[in-house]
Structure formats: C-alpha cells, structure tokens
Design a protein around this ligand. Sequence first.
Ligand code: SAH
Length: 358
Amino acid sequence: MKTELTGMTLEEMTAWAKRQGLPAFRGKQIFQGIHRGADFGGMSNLPAALREKLAAEAIAQPAAIQTRRVSALDGTVKYLFSLPDGNCVEGVLMKYRYGWSLCISTQVGCRMGCRFCASTLDGCVRNLTAGEMLGEVLAANRDLAEQEAGEATREEPPRVSHVVLMGSGEPLDNYDQVTRFLRLLREPEGIRLSLRNVSLSTCGLVPEMKRLAEEDLPVTLCVSLHAPNDEIRRQLMPIANRYSIAEILDACRFYLRKTGRRVIFEYALTEGINSGEEQARELAGRLRGMQCHVNLIPLNAVRERNLKGVTEETVSRFLRTLEAEHISATRRREMGDDIEGACGQLRRSAMDRRGAGK
Ligand code: SAH
C-alpha cells in the first residue's frame, strides 16, 4: 500500500524524509509541493529519480475530481471527489464577496442518522484521513487555478479562502483526524489558512464540543439544533436521545468562554414539525442572553425522506418572530439548487447510476 504523505505535519515529513535516507530539506520541499497542489511529477525541485520513487510508493494528492457540476444559477461548483480506495465524497465551492468558500466532507457517509439527511442513509463507511480532507481543499485550489487561468492574467491564482466542515459526515465523530486537519490548514509552510475562516458544524456531540474548546483551534462552531425542545429534536435527530438541548447549550457557552467566538445555530425549517411561530418563540426563550446567531434553512426535501420543506412565508414569519425577540438570525442563502447542492445528494445519484445502489 502507498504511504499517504498529505496528512503529515512539516515536522513529521522531515522526520520521514530522514528515515528514507534523504536530507531533511527534501522533507520541506515535498511538504511545500503537496500544499501547492502538485503531484510528485510536478515537484521540479526534486531529482527525477526521487520523483519516480515517490510516485511509486507514496500519495501526494489523495482527492481527485471525479465529477464537477457548475450551477447555472450562481456559479456554485459541486464536486464529487474520488479517494485512493475508490470511495467518493462531495464538496461544494461557493463564491462570496469575501472569497471562495469550500464545504468539505469529513467521513464517507455518516452514522448520526438524522431523519432529513441524505448522507446518513447507508450509515458511515469510514472516516476520512486528515490528508484526504486537505486533499479536498488542494483539489479545489487546483481546479480554481485551472478555471481562472484563461481569464485575465493575474499575479496570484484564486484560492480557497474559507473552509466549512459541513459536507457528509459528523466532524466530531472523527475527532483526531479533523483536529489534525485543522492544524495542517494553518501550517506556515502550507496553505496558511486562518482558522478564523473555518467553520465546523456538529449535530451536538457534547464531550467533543468541550474538548474542541480547549484545543486552541478557534474555529467557528456551528450547531445543528433544528428544534426548540428535546421532544421535537428527538423526532428529527437520534443524537437527541443521547444529549439534551440544555447540555448542548452549556457546551456552547463553554466554547464561547474559551474561544471568544459566538456559536451559530443551524435550524432547518420542516413543515408541520418545527417551523411555527410557537417554536420560534420557544427557541428565542432558550437562546436569550446568549451570544449567538441563528441560521435558518428551509429543509431541502430529499427523495428518500418524507419530510417537507416550508414556504417562503413560513421562513419570513419564523425570522420575524426571532427578530422581535431580539435573537440575531438570518435566512441562509441557498446555492447550487440546480446541481443537487444539498448534503449527500450528488453522491447518492452517482451511486444510483452505477446501478449497485451502494
Ligand atoms: N454532521 C454535521 C455536519 C454535516 S450536515 C452536522 O450535523 O452539523 C450540514 C448541515 O446540513 C447540518 O446543519 C445538517 O443538519 C443540515 N442538513 C442535512 N440535510 C439537510 C436537508 N435535507 N435540508 C436542510 N439541511 C440539511
């Protein structure tokens, strides 16, 4: 089996190079080459024989773009990345005023079982490695550089400036690899992304939320709340049987105290379940006094699920009620609606086309 080098820190890569009988500076060159998005063949500062040896024995770029769909509505790009073992995961690249934001996956599938989500339908196949997560970012960077190359010549090619861990998988269920990935993102010799530009979304794994608060990895924590009380939450999310909303909110306050970063609550509005004015008022009551923000998303109906989204009017009413109660809230902009932008949808349809249903 080939060695995946992408997940190594600079220190580890240097030590690895030494074990291979190479001078230490080769480790740094390989590290920089990988973070630039190069394959071993493209690392022209390495001797040809070493490049060949590395290509035969190691992996530099573990995520390859298998499918690429561009939204005609807003230019959002949806990727299906293939991994070295033949599995695939999704990513979404969105253009904002402030830069390019990439939504990445952290697991192949997911075992949390949320009733509205397509990613969890077949459970969790496996965790992604830190290198594979970085690989998603590097693949998008290469794609951006290629796509924009034809346009006006610029000094620096565009790059992913923001990363959100909101694709398939529960990031805190893959804690060690996810935190390793976050550290790699900000390596000075690497792509040097500020963790201020990174958001991590969780369904609310309380012990790991607290652990993350103490890591010195100050990402924006997003919590998929989706309900104002435990009874409603249990109808939508099996994880609600393990942790109560009160415990989740405590962990959020702890996160805020430790990192100084306000938490964002995600709330998918579902017809007849959590979207009435009464639920908006109950939610406001629970969040009152907390430094936080609520992101409202009309539920994206997934073919395999029998939950319904809501009308524009329901979203506005919910939003107005929260605002009247002085809770900071916005309606999340929907992007890539024409390219199966929502979680897990593209991977599922790719698997359906393969015919195996898996
Ligand atoms: N496991 C993490 C991150 C992945 S899901 C989490 O639960 O937060 C990213 C976000 O999309 C979560 O808020 C999730 O609840 C939401 N989501 C999943 N399926 C959805 C759908 N069909 N419609 C709207 N939001 C959905």
